[in-house]
Each structure stands twice: as C-alpha cells, then as structure tokens.
Design a protein around this ligand. Structure first.
Ligand code: ADP
Length: 575
C-alpha cells in the first residue's frame, strides 16, 4: 500500500482534462486521492494541475491548503513574441553583453522594416553572423509551422510570426543536432525563487545536420513531436542510438570526455534561466500558492556557447521512451516535494471529511461569490449564524483576529466518523507539524463548546484576500519568507536563485533587477577569473567566505553538484 503523504486524510489532487497521466500515476503512488467532482465539494482538494492556464477566479478563490501548478500571466515569457520583446528591452536596459544568449528576433508583420534593414546589412557586412533565419508562428509549439530561409523571397507567412537568427553552427554529436530541455521550477516570483532540475532531456534531430538542405526538418528541428515520425527514428544512429532522446546524465558523461569547461557551461545555462525569468518579474502578480514548471530549450553551439531558443509553458510530460520515464517520474516526485505539503494541508480536509461522513458540521457555502472558509463548520447553536459570520457583516469580525487570521474549528465528534484521533494528540501533532506561530492551533476553551460535550480544536488560518489575483496572505512556501532562506536542494532540484544574501535581499518585494543583474554578472566574472587563475589559496579562502553567508548554494549541472563557493569566491570583489 502506498504511503500517505501526511498523517491525516489523504491529500487530494484534481486534474484538468489533458493533464499528463504521469502526474496522476505519481500522486496515486504517493497515496493521494483523485478529486471526484460528483462526490466532493468544490474546494476539497490540495493540488489542481492543468496543462492550460487557470482563470483569474481560480487565483482569487484559492484556499490556504491548495496549490496551483501555474502562476498567472506566464505567457509573458512563454509566448515567442512576448519573450522576444522582453529580451530586447533587457538588452537595452542592461546591455547586450549580459543578454547575448538570445538570438536576435523580429516580430512580423509589425517589425518587417526593421528586419529588412538587418537582413540587408547582414548580407553585406555582418561577417561571422549566420546568414540563415528561422521563422516561427508566435503562438504555436512542437515545431508546427516552422521553416528556415536564407533568401527573403522565401519568407512567406500568413499569421503573426517571429523571425529569428538561425544558430547555424550547433554543437553536433556524430553529426546530429540536439538541444537541451531543462526543467525549471519557479517556486515564487516575489521573492524570485528558482530551482533547476539536475535531470533533463537531450533532444536530437534524427537526420544528419546539413545547411545544404534547409527544408529537412528532421535535420534542423529537434522537436520529438516531429522526429518521432522521421525515417531514422527507430534506427540505431551512431553514438546517439535509437530514438531521439538522451537523459541529461548521459549527456553529462558525453560532455565529460570533451575538452570543455563544464562548470562554466552549466553556470552559463543557469544564468540564462535567471536572466530570462527576471524579465517577467514586473508582469507577474504575486501568487504564493502557485508553482510553475517550465521547459527551457537551450541550444549549444560549436564553441560551447549556450543559446536560449524558447521557454515552454507546460512542457510535455508524456512518457514516450525510457529516457522520459527516468526523467519525468523523478521530476514530478520532486515537484510534489517542492510544494512542501504539510500535515496542516491534510488537516484541512477534515472539514470536508465531516460532510462526506454525514457529520452535522459542514463547510460553509460560498458567500457573495467568494470562498470565505474562515470556519469549516457551522457555529454551535446559540451563536450568531454562520451566514452572518462569513458574509462580511459586522459580526463576522468576531471570528477574525486583528492579525489577519481567521479562526477555524474542527470538531472531533466521535459519533461522526468513528475513527478520529484523540483530540489532544491531534492538537499536539498539528502544532508540531505547523511549527510556526502564525498557523498554530490553540485549544478552544469557549463555553459554547462545553455544553455540546464535543472535543474541539481551533486552527488559525491565514485570512484570504479577495483582491484580483491575490492569494492567501501567508504563502504556503514558508521558507520564502524573510525568516529563512529556501533549501539549496529538494530531490534533484537545485536552488539556482537566489544564490547569496545580496540576491535574496534584492529579490524581496519590489525586486531590484539592476542589483540582481549586477550580482549575476559578478558571479560569472568570479567563476571565469577563478578558472583562469586556478589559485588554490583563493579556493581555500572562498570556502570560509561562503560559510559566513546564510547561503550554501550548489552549482547546478554536474552529477554531484559542488558548492558554488568551491568554484569561486562569492563575496570577494571582481578584479
Ligand atoms: P516550438 O515551440 O515550435 O518547439 P522552438 O522555438 O522550440 O519552437 O523551435 C523548434 C526547434 O527549432 C528547436 O527545438 C530547435 O531545434 C530549432 N530552432 C529554433 N530556433 C532556432 C534557432 N534560432 N537556431 C537554431 N535552431 C533553432
């Protein structure tokens, strides 16, 4: 029997049609239950997973024990035209040197003239730059509608597209082009907290790379959705093998045998992720109960420079081959761990369990169009009516503390289900689990309980804000509050941002993007200079410097990620 996530009622997940099967599989294996629309109340779930985005009302009505798998407004970086616009803005604001990982792109038809200027200049003067361009519909994915061209007379389009400089010198493995699918989890945007997964996928084209034929999509595109229909897909290809995917671990072993500074390569990729996500910060409303899994597509060129091709919303989680199974199952498990479900989340279910088991203490109905789950059951008789207390009338103040918390009671009526825990034990367990003052349970001593002879516990819940796109006042991600720093590693997820106290501070509230880009720049310079000098003494001194910082960041990428402080000095000045 699968082990339960928490000690109380099983956690409940809700999948929207089209959500990946692997999510269901992993959650069931972990002892979760699937939400049943017919049987359960509307808010009786802990995780809602959708492939498409959520509606505003989903964010507005979210309850403290619930998580959503998307932040709002993610199209700001996952739509090709929006990303191109942001990249250009950042290049202007922070310099092309820092944002040189994104190939120049033009949004057509609007920027046709601009493109024409660059195209003509390119033909005559821009030596060393690719003469080739790639045209992609702005809102399609999986390689649909993409084509390459060298001559502008071949540029034909009937919808909004971006034309991007084609990276024509990709790193090849036995003549095959590939790109990296890197899984990134944004745990929060305010403050910005980024985790990158150690495992990922390498996606190969299935025909050998050649610029002689721009029409061959099997040679130029690395999308699995295209290559799985290629003639050579099932063939055993030199070094690449069958199919069109490797795990990142296999790529790491390949890289290890090359004459390349691996640490710097991984670090550059992690910089790309941070700098790209920074562009979105001003556009994404704070939504603490959300988490985003993104797929970053990174192409490495023949000089080992990584390029950002695009950012995928809801990256494919289908299990098409053994590499998928290895990578994606672990990934989902680690995401659930990152969501940090606590016993308190399971405890919330208790209110609903009563209803299912026929208890008289029911969860309140929706009032005024909002879920206001301040109390999980009707108040005892003789007190003001439940409706009064949730509808925002003056008497409702009685149930809300001035600190912004509401009071929630859960009655342990032994007649109701017959298998509740001893109330004092339950109370102790929950307090141990919550471990923090703002969510602690207190014994409910009200006289109104005594006449009922019903043991009772009161739980202070964070109050709900009903502003547009605002989530509960207290984030589920407790470590992202000022009090502590996020853990450096959760499963195979490595914390890549923030990476020191300066970036931690700069990303609070209104993120100081300038200060953050400075820190990113400094860190890269330090890594580069550390490698150049290879001074042992410097390495040693850096270890003590690192330990003074609250952060002990790991370097994302290598198999056993070393401390970043072992790769360079994090606090010393750049020379
Ligand atoms: P889609 O969302 O349709 O997958 P992408 O931007 O990811 O669109 O492009 C699909 C594929 O085309 C990539 O996986 C990559 O192999 C190739 N590609 C895209 N842009 C470039 C580029 N600028 N240079 C080289 N190859 C590219």
């Amino acid at each position: 029997m699968a082990e339960r996530e928490c000690g109380f009622a099983p956690l409940v997940f809700r999948l929207h049609g089209g959500a990946p099967q692997v999510v269901r599989e992993v959650l069931l294996e972990r002892g979760w239950e699937e939400y049943d629309e017919e049987e359960q109340e509307e808010g009786d779930w802990n995780l809602y997973w959708r492939s498409s985005g959520f509606r505003n009302s989903d964010y507005e009505n979210i309850l403290p024990w619930q998580r959503l798998n998307h932040h709002p407004k993610m199209s700001q970086i996952t739509r090709k035209d929006c990303l191109a616009r942001h990249m250009r803005r950042m290049k202007i604001a922070f310099g092309t040197a820092l944002y040189d990982f994104s190939p120049a792109a033009f949004i057509l038809p609007n920027e046709y003239r601009k493109f024409l200027g660059v195209y003509n200049r390119n033909r005559t003067t821009d030596r060393g730059k690719s003469r080739f361009w790639i045209c992609k519909p702005v809102d399609l994915s999986r390689g649909r509608g993409i084509f390459l061209f060298e001559d502008i007379k071949d540029l034909v389009y009937d919808s909004s597209v971006i034309v991007q400089r084609y990276i024509s010198n990709p790193l090849l493995i036995s003549g095959y082009k590939f790109d990296l699918r890197i899984y990134v989890c944004v745990k929060s945007f305010s403050p910005l907290v980024i985790y990158m997964h150690q495992e990922g996928l390498v996606r190969f084209a299935t025909e050998k790379y050649t610029l002689a034929s721009l029409d061959s999509l099997y040679s130029h595109l690395t999308n699995t959705s295209i290559n799985k229909f290629g003639m050579c897909y099932a063939m055993d290809k030199e070094r690449v093998g069958r199919g069109c995917k490797w795990t990142m671990s296999r790529f790491r072993s390949f890289l290890h045998k090359q004459d390349v500074n691996e640490v710097l390569l991984w670090h550059r990729i992690s910089n790309i992720v941070t700098l790209t996500l920074l562009t979105a910060i001003p556009c994404i409303p704070s939504s603490p109960n959300c988490l985003e899994l993104l797929g970053f597509d990174i192409l490495i060129d023949a000089s080992y420079k990584p390029w950002l091709l695009e950012v995928n919303h809801s990256p494919a989680l289908s299990l098409d081959c053994p590499a998928d199974v290895t990578v994606k199952k672990g990934l989902i498990n680690d995401i659930i761990d990152l969501m940090n479900y606590k016993m308190i989340d399971s405890f919330r279910q208790k209110g609903y369990c009563r209803k299912r088991s026929g208890s008289r203490y029911l969860r309140p109905k929706i009032s005024n169009g909002f879920l206001l789950p301040k109390i999980l059951h009707a108040p005892p008789s003789g007190n003001k009516s439940w409706n009064q207390s949730v509808s925002g009338s003056s008497s409702s103040q009685d149930t809300r503390s001035n600190t912004g918390y509401a009071t929630c009671s859960v009655h342990l009526n032994s007649k109701s289900t017959g298998h509740e825990k001893d109330p004092q034990k339950l109370y102790d367990e929950i307090n141990d689990e919550v471990g923090s003052d703002d969510l602690k349970l207190t014994t409910f001593n009200s006289t109104r309980q005594s006449h009922r002879n019903t043991p009772s516990i009161v739980c202070k819940l964070p109050s709900l804000r009903v502003h547009k796109l605002k989530s509960p006042a207290v984030p589920w991600n407790r470590v992202t509050q000022d009090r502590g720093v996020p853990p450096c590693r959760v499963g195979d997820f490595i914390l890549t941002f923030p990476f020191n106290e300066a970036t931690w501070k700069a990303s609070q509230d209104q993120a100081d993007v300038k200060a953050i880009t400075n820190e990113v720049h400094k860190l890269t310079n330090r890594l580069v200079s550390s490698f150049k000098e290879k001074e042992r003494t410097k390495m040693e001194s850096s270890q003590s410097i690192g330990s003074r910082d609250k952060f002990e960041p790991l370097l994302w990428g290598p198999k056993d990620p070393p401390l970043l402080s072992k790769c360079c000095s994090l606090n010393s000045e750049v020379k």
